[in-house]
Design a protein around this ligand. Structure first.
Ligand code: SF4
Length: 373
C-alpha cells in the first residue's frame, strides 16, 4: 500500500506570512497545470506499475480554488490512474472561504472523507493582519457547512506565536476550536522566512517571546489532552483512531508518491522531489518521463538518519529493536555520542529500548534534529 499526494499550487491571494510556492488562481494557468499533473501521473503510473493506495491527500495552496469540474477531472486523471482502496483516508485541505456547496459536492462524489481546515485563529484583527480572507464567524460557518454536507472527519489548523498574541487570547482560540468538536487539531508556531511580507514589516509588531511561545505550546497540549485528544506527533492531536493516516506514513518512513511542484516521493528505497517552481515543474512534466528530475542517489547513512528524525516526531518515539531490524543499526548505539548531551539537557529520554523526545524536547525539536540528522 502507498499514499498519494497531489499538490494544488494556487490560492485566491497570498497570506502575509506564507512562503509556499503558490500563485494566484488564474484559469489559463490552472488548465496548463492540470494538464502537467495528468502527464506526470501518466508517466509515474507507467514507471511504477499497478499500485494500491490507502491514503490520498490533496494539499496546497488551496485545492478548492479549482472549480468543481476541474477537481473532478483532476481526481479522475491523477489518483484515478492508481487503485485507491474504497476504505482509503482521502483528505482535502481547504480555507474556510474556499468551501462552496459545489466543491463539497465534488469532493464527496470523489470519495473524500476528511477535511483539513485552515482556521489559524478566531481573532478577526489577527486574521486581517495575517492576510487571511475569512473571519472567525465565516470559519465556523464553513465548518458547519462541511458537517452538513456529511464530512465526518475534520481537522482544524491553529497558529500561535502571532503578533501581540497573549496566553489568554490563545486559550480562547483553543476553547473556541474545541467547542466545534473536530476529530483532529494541528498547532503551528508562526515562523517568518525573510521573503514574506510580514517579515519585512516585523518591526511594527511585538511577537511573543520564546518562553511565552513554549508556554502556549505546553498549555495547548494540556488543554487538548483534557478534552480527549492524544498528542501523537509534535504538532498533531487526535481523538482516538483519528490520527492522520497519510501523514503517519511520512513519519513512519512509508512509501508514497507525490504529484505537483515540490512534491516528494519515496518508493522502493528511492527518494524523489519535483522542481519547486511551477514553470519548471510544468516544463519537466512535458517531457513525459518520471521521475521528473533525477532521483537522489540512495545513501544508507542519510536513510538511517532521516528515518530516526522522522520517527522521533511521533510521541511514541523510536523503538530501537524495531529500528535495528529495519535499518540494520541500533540507534541507541549509533547515536551514543549525540544522545548523551541531549539527555543531559533534558531534551530526550531513553526508556529501555524506546527513545523519545521529552516534553521540553518537543518544543525544541529542531535543536534535537539538528544534532541527529
Ligand atoms: S492559503 Fe495557505 S498556501 Fe495559500 S497563501 Fe495562505 S498560507 Fe499560503
Amino acid at each position: 500500500m502507498i499514499g498519494l499526494y497531489v499538490h494544488i499550487p494556487f490560492c485566491a491571494a497570498r497570506c502575509r506570512y506564507c512562503d509556499f510556492p503558490t500563485a494566484p488562481y488564474e484559469e489559463a494557468a490552472a488548465r496548463r497545470y492540470l494538464r502537467a499533473l495528468e502527464r506526470e501521473a501518466e508517466a509515474a503510473a507507467d514507471y511504477v506499475g499497478p499500485l494500491r493506495a490507502d491514503t490520498l491527500y490533496l494539499g496546497g495552496g488551496t485545492p478548492p480554488v479549482l472549480r468543481g469540474e476541474q477537481l473532478g477531472q483532476l481526481l479522475a486523471e491523477v489518483p484515478g490512474r492508481f487503485e485507491v482502496s474504497p476504505e482509503a483516508e482521502a483528505t482535502c485541505e481547504a480555507n474556510p472561504e474556499s468551501l462552496t456547496a459545489e466543491i463539497l459536492e465534488a469532493l464527496a462524489a470523489a470519495g473524500f472523507n476528511r477535511l483539513s481546515l485552515g482556521l489559524q485563529t478566531f481573532d478577526d484583527g489577527l486574521l486581517r493582519l495575517l492576510g487571511r480572507r475569512h473571519d472567525a464567524s465565516g470559519a465556523e460557518e464553513a465548518y458547519w457547512q462541511a458537517r452538513a454536507a456529511g464530512v465526518e472527519n475534520v481537522s482544524l489548523d491553529l497558529m500561535y506565536g502571532l503578533p501581540g498574541q497573549k496566553q489568554a487570547a490563545w486559550d480562547r482560540d483553543l476553547a473556541r476550536a474545541l467547542a466545534l468538536k473536530p476529530e483532529h487539531i494541528s498547532l503551528y508556531a508562526l515562523t517568518l522566512e525573510p521573503t514574506v511580507e510580514l517579515y519585512r514589516r516585523r518591526a511594527a509588531y511585538v511577537f511573543p517571546a520564546d518562553d511565552e511561545q513554549a508556554e502556549m505550546y505546553y498549555a495547548a497540549a494540556e488543554a487538548l489532552a483534557a478534552a480527549g485528544y492524544r498528542q501523537y506527533e509534535l504538532s498533531n492531536f487526535a481523538r482516538p483512531g483519528r490520527e492522520c493516516r497519510h501523514n503517519l506514513r511520512y513519519w513512519q518512513d512509508g512509501e508514497y508518491l507525490g504529484f505537483g511542484p515540490g512534491a516528494a516521493s519515496h518508493w522502493r528505497g528511492g527518494r524523489y522531489r519535483n522542481p519547486r517552481e511551477l514553470d519548471e515543474y510544468v516544463a519537466a512534466a512535458a517531457t513525459g518521463r518520471w521521475p521528473l528530475v533525477d532521483a537522489e542517489p540512495s545513501d544508507p547513512y542519510r536513510e538511517i538518519r532521516t528515518a530516526a528524525v522522522l520517527a522521533l516526531r511521533l510521541t511514541e518515539g523510536l523503538d530501537a529493536a524495531a529500528f535495528a531490524e529495519r535499518y540494520g543499526v541500533n540507534p541507541l548505539e549509533y547515536y551514543r555520542e549525540e544522545l548523551a548531551p541531549l539527555a543531559a539537557a533534558g531534551l530526550v529520554t531513553v526508556d529501555g529500548d524506546r527513545l523519545r523526545l521529552s516534553p521540553k524536547g518537543r518544543f525544541l525539536a529542531d535543536e534535537v534534529f539538528a544534532a541527529l540528522i
